[in-house]
Design a protein. Structure first.
Length: 368
């Protein structure tokens, strides 16, 4: 399956070259490289946007351009064997510039790229659109990632206490993900105070207090999954109600995430849902999410995003009411949704919501 999808993608990229009346394409961005190769990491630091290994399509050949530092790792650890058989390596000394090896392939040719380097035409927006519909291998990666993320939340969150600091919570979560070979590219920890102060709280050396929610963006084979879980240290009916109101807003977004709907149409329904729970202005304070994939959010929904949803898109909505948040990652199906990060096998307590024709199981807030 990987070989078939890889070859389909190469053919799609060759059509892009032809349509742009060009002769070569250089892919350097980490998101595009992972998409094109079905999961290979061309970076070293996990916050990189552009990697140190590149994919070059020119004439009938597919080249992996890499310095000698990364060659062995890319060949032995990153590229699927079904991809390896279709590519050639062009290795250069680490002290040399990329252009030193690239020029022998593209000098005098019209070059496309996803960076705009070397006087090339930047086609990063076209490549982003190609990334938005998932193939079967990508869906399987998402399922694995979602199951593991849910298991980590379910086994780790109940161990936390109100006396812990946000730093301590963050470190325990990071350890759990790294132990499973998952890259936690974002772990936001919201203790009692922080949840009232910031929508994006970078963990602080303060005690958690009476409530806690943790939001993560975690990555495997380039794909990013988002999820949030919430706990209370002692029952508080006001926070329980607000959490459930928050889940309602997310459920409205999910009920409207259907093939053929535009993202801005879903966004308008989200705004109405905030009104329905008597929180009409909360959407001003944070974006509501949108399409996910090789970035935590490939497209953030707003009044102007007219992208039409397709079967195979992945959405991660993240509505917030000051102090609470509801968020998971879903695959859009022909009829309905599949939740990657809160699977049927989850042991996290559920809140069942009926929204229109859709019955949704959402993670409840857990009282410890």
């Amino acid at each position: 399956m990987v070989r078939e999808v890889f070859r389909e993608r190469i053919n799609t990229l060759r059509k892009l070259i032809e349509n742009e009346q060009a002769e070569a394409l250089l892919i350097s961005r980490c998101d595009n490289f992972a998409w094109a190769t079905l999961g290979a990491r061309n970076y070293v630091t996990i916050n990189s946007e552009v990697g140190s290994v590149h994919l070059l399509l020119v004439e009938n050949s597919i080249y992996i351009l890499t310095n000698n530092i990364e060659r062995k790792r890319i060949e032995q650890e990153e590229l699927n064997e079904d991809v390896l058989g279709d590519v050639e390596f062009a290795e250069y000394m680490w002290s040399k510039d990329l252009w030193d090896v690239l020029k022998s392939f593209v000098q005098g040719k019209k070059l496309l790229s996803d960076t705009g380097w070397f006087d090339s035409r930047n086609v990063s927006e076209q490549l982003k659109n190609l990334r938005l519909v998932m193939s079967e291998p990508e869906i399987e990666t998402y399922r694995w990632l979602g199951r593991n993320c849910d298991e980590i939340f379910s086994s780790t969150m109940p161990k936390f206490s109100f006396e812990m600091t946000e730093w301590q919570v963050q470190s325990e979560m990071a350890k759990a993900f790294f132990e499973r070979g998952i890259e936690p590219i974002l772990i936001l920890v919201f203790g009692e105070e922080s949840a009232q102060l910031y929508r994006h709280n970078l963990s602080r050396n303060v005690r958690v207090g009476k409530k806690l929610f943790v939001s993560v963006c975690v990555r495997k084979k380039g794909l990013v999954l988002s999820s949030t879980r919430s706990v209370l240290f002692g029952r508080n009916e006001n926070w329980i109600k607000q959490h459930r109101d928050n889940c309602y807003v997310e459920a409205v977004a999910l009920e409207n995430s259907k093939p053929g709907r535009k993202l801005n149409e879903v966004f308008e329904e989200i705004k109405k849902a905030y009104v329905a729970v008597n929180k009409p202005h909360e959407w001003f304070l944070h974006h509501q999410g949108g399409l996910a994939g090789y970035n935590a959010r490939e497209v953030i929904a707003n009044e102007d995003t007219d992208y039409v949803l397709n079967v195979g898109n992945v959405v991660a909505w993240n509505p917030t009411i000051t102090g609470t948040k509801s968020e998971d990652t879903f695959l859009i199906l022909e009829n309905g949704l599949e939740c990657f990060s809160y699977p049927e096998s989850s042991c996290w307590p559920a809140l069942n919501l009926q929204i229109g024709s859709l019955t949704l199981k959402r993670p409840d807030i857990v009282v410890l």
